[in-house]
Write a protein that binds this ligand. Structure first.
Ligand SMILES: [Fe+2]
Ligand SMILES: [Fe+2]
Length: 413
């Protein structure tokens, strides 16, 4: 090959390189503009880089803001990754983080710094070579990207990888900003959630007949969930749906809410909108699980439907919801109503309330929930007597506020 041919070949390679980089940048920009999930966009860009350059796998180790340790944020691993954290100087990635320079090894089996993939990784990587490149942004190392290969990695490969990553770095920064923004939104939403619980409790106190109602309903519902041995996620959803079940009364006119006497037919009709109003209030809250929202919407629906409940009159089996949540919340709600005084009647004695549950088993109430209640009626009666004796102002709802701190995105899977 003469000098001219060699130069042409070099230029061709350079052109191919630029075209590859151009394609990667195109993918990044497209993903960024769609940006509903930047991590996924980054994953797709990584897939493209691994295919283009013949890597077996790529991982992005980002910094955890609290601990300052590195962990895998995005990976092309087919079988998932193990959550392992690396501090400064721990393993290869920790060393790259500390020094801000790339690390290349072509013999991972005998590299004492290679801590990660050998034992821990689900993909059971059997390759021989490993390259870790720091992500530097404005003089600061913000993460490490690693490349695994079964072939030998040369210093020239490392330079190409570093060049490629220069295009990825601004995007990584955007992904981090996006995640920070997501955290801020979640934090704000948590505030709204706590606020909503306070409002639910306050709403009840606007009328002496309903003071303490939502807190008692939540205590009954929580107790029934325990007796039924429901799983922790469903139990948490039941608590949330219970404490908020009447939150829609916020949109019913206060004249009706505060009215000490019996409601007129027109006022009852307005009141019957409260499950829908409640659903509309919490529906936009992205981190509140859908089954909780539906529990609020359907807490006045009858188990057997037949147009007895509202707002739809459908049976629990016809509704799009978690029937166990609706079943428990609606029974706890009715149980508290029966045991409380109303403007138009004295509280039904506990024996009478138990008879009502038995009588309406399978029509108004979910039979499974009624059975759990009846099988443990002594315990439920004790709880009822204790709650009914407690001044509503002294009912403790802070328990539920604390439980509401559980991150919903984790409770939703
Ligand atoms: Fe209600
Ligand atoms: Fe209620």
């Amino acid at each position: 090959m003469d000098k001219k041919d060699k130069r042409i070949r070099e230029l061709e390679l350079l052109l191919a390189e630029k075209e590859n980089l151009g394609n990667i940048v195109d993918v990044l920009l497209t993903k960024l503009s769609q940006a509903s999930d930047p991590d996924q966009g980054l994953g797709e860009a990584f897939d493209m880089i691994t295919q283009t350059y013949g890597w077996d796998r790529m991982d992005y180790f980002g910094l955890d803001g609290d601990s300052g340790k590195l962990f895998i944020k995005v990976s092309t691993a087919k079988n998932g990754t193990v959550d392992q954290r690396f501090g400064m100087n721990e393993g290869i990635v920790g060393k790259v983080l500390a020094r801000g320079e790339h690390y290349l090894t072509n013999d991972v089996a005998n590299d004492p710094n290679f801590l990660f993939y050998r034992q821990q990784d689900k993909s059971n990587f059997q390759g021989k070579s490993y390259l870790a490149v720091p992500i530097n942004l404005m003089g600061r190392t913000i993460g490490v990207i690693t490349f695994l290969a079964s072939r030998e990695i040369s210093e020239a490969d490392a330079r190409v990888a570093e060049d490629t990553l220069r295009f990825v770095t601004p995007y990584l920064q955007l992904v981090d900003s996006h995640n920070k923004l997501k955290n801020v939104i979640e934090y704000n939403e948590q505030l709204s959630i706590d606020n909503l619980t306070h409002q639910a409790v306050l709403l009840d106190t606007m009328n002496p007949y309903t003071a303490g109602h939502s807190v008692r309903v939540t205590d009954y519902a929580n107790h029934i969930a325990i007796l039924m041995g429901l799983d922790p996620k469903t139990s948490e959803h039941i608590q949330l749906a219970s404490i908020w079940h009447d939150i829609g009364k916020r949109r019913v006119s206060s004249e009706i809410i505060k009215k000490p006497g019996t409601l007129s037919a027109g006022q009852i009709d307005e009141m019957k909108f409260h499950p829908i109003f409640g659903y509309e209030i919490i529906e936009p809250m992205l981190t509140v699980p859908e089954p909780v929202k539906k529990g609020v919407k359907y807490h006045h629906e009858w188990y057997g439907g037949s147009n007895k409940g509202y707002p739809t009159g459908k049976s629990h089996s016809e509704l799009d919801h978690n029937p166990m949540i609706t079943g428990v919340v609606s029974l706890a709600d009715a149980w508290d109503a029966m045991n409380s005084e109303r403007p138009y009647r004295k509280p039904i004695a506990i024996e009478g309330a138990l008879t009502e549950l038995r009588k309406n088993r399978g029509t108004q109430f979910n039979p499974e929930v009624v059975d759990a209640f009846m099988d443990n009626s002594a315990e439920m009666i004790l709880l009822t007597k204790r709650l009914m004796r407690t001044n509503p102002d002294n009912l403790n709802f802070t328990n539920y506020i604390t439980r509401l701190q559980t991150p919903f995105h984790k409770a939703q899977d």
